[in-house]
Design a protein around this ligand. Structure first.
Ligand code: ZN
Length: 340
């Protein structure tokens, strides 16, 4: 089937689970009650995606507070009690982050509950997201390793452990989120892709990397205004990603200033093309989705296109996010009849 649909990963959390419409949202309950609420929300996320004709569903990232810090929840060597303020993504924003204070080690599974809950309740393909090593170490303070690369590879090993376990849980696609890949271009080529490959080592399920210009929050939309009319940052890194073992690349395409011809640099890769803008509450029409897919088709063979959202929808209003998922599913169906 052409143009299978997926989403970047996160969906808005129901207000009975966490504070709505914000990142790092505080949970509404704790202990066993919170565990049940996370599970219920995961089932709901899966159902909403199925109803919207999303083919490759995610757990909606219901069980994690943040796409990076969720992975850190079950790791030894991290001090969550003494968070420090740090500029992240080259100081684009400040965040209170935990500190690495000793060698990092997985205490056990991180995402088993939500992965298994999602797997048990859908027959669709299941994609699971993890932070990429570079983005991870860019979102935590280092009081131990004293070296970004060393710390990235330490985390890459842990990511690999969890990724292999997720694969054993029945996950079909493991996607690493690397928004830092459009901030530190030289480091991406020097070690970022190698660290990513270390995180994906030995996986036999599909592997993907999501690079992006971030959620639709103000710090990001302000930053995008400084990037000029054409966002050509990827010109430097796509050839290196093309040469890597990662099979799929997710790139924002809707309302994006990334020149789509750059996708031609990713020869051989499956492109998860963002056809839904998460930085606006304006809901796309199915026609809009077809238009974006058609534009991507000029640079990517159509059997290598997956339709997705530009980025996660965690901070959005639920009704808008759900309407956008519906547009995604309906638009891909329309594209199959028009362009198939
Ligand atoms: Zn993103």
């Amino acid at each position: 089937m052409l143009f299978p649909t997926t989403n970047a990963g996160s969906l808005p959390k129901p207000e009975w689970l966490a504070e709505p419409n914000m990142l790092w949202a505080p949970w509404k309950s704790e202990g066993a009650e919170l565990a049940r609420a996370k599970r219920d929300a995961t089932l709901l996320a899966v159902k909403l995606q199925e109803d919207a004709s999303v083919d490759i569903v995610t757990d909606g990232e219901m069980a994690r507070q943040h796409f990076v810090h969720g992975f850190l929840a079950n790791i030894d060597g991290i001090d969550f009690a003494h968070k420090v303020e740090m500029g992240i993504r080259n100081d684009r924003y400040k965040a209170m982050v935990p500190q690495v204070v000793a060698p990092v080690r997985l205490k056990g599974r991180v995402h088993a509950d939500e992965a298994r809950a999602a797997r048990a309740h859908t027959k669709n393909k299941l994609k699971f997201t993890l932070p990429g090593p570079m983005t991870l170490i860019d979102t935590i303070a280092d009081k131990h390793y004293g070296d970004r690369v060393k710390m990235a590879f330490a985390f890459a090993e842990l990511l690999n452990e969890e990724a292999r376990a997720l694969q054993a849980d029945g996950v079909d696609v493991i996607q690493f989120d690397e928004p830092a890949f459009n901030v530190y271009m030289d480091q991406v080529r020097d070690w970022g892709i190698k660290a990513l490959e270390r995180a994906a080592q030995g996986l036999t399920c599909a592997t993907a990397v999501h690079i992006c210009y971030g959620y639709g929050i103000k710090a990001n939309t302000d930053w995008k205004k400084t990037l000029g009319n054409e966002w050509r940052q990827y010109e430097e890194t796509f050839p290196a990603i093309a040469a890597s073992s990662i099979q799929q690349v997710a790139v924002e395409c809707r309302n994006s200033r990334v020149p789509l011809e750059l996708l031609g640099l990713l020869k051989g890769k499956v492109i998860q093309a963002g056809v839904i803008d998460v930085a606006t509450d304006e809901v796309e029409t199915p026609e809009d989705v077809v238009t974006t897919i058609e534009a991507v088709m000029k640079h990517v063979p159509k059997d290598k296109i997956v339709a997705t959202t530009n980025c996660g929808m965690a901070p959005m209003h639920r009704d808008i996010a759900e309407a956008k998922l519906q547009a995604l599913g309906a638009g891909a169906k329309l594209a199959r009849t028009r362009l198939g």
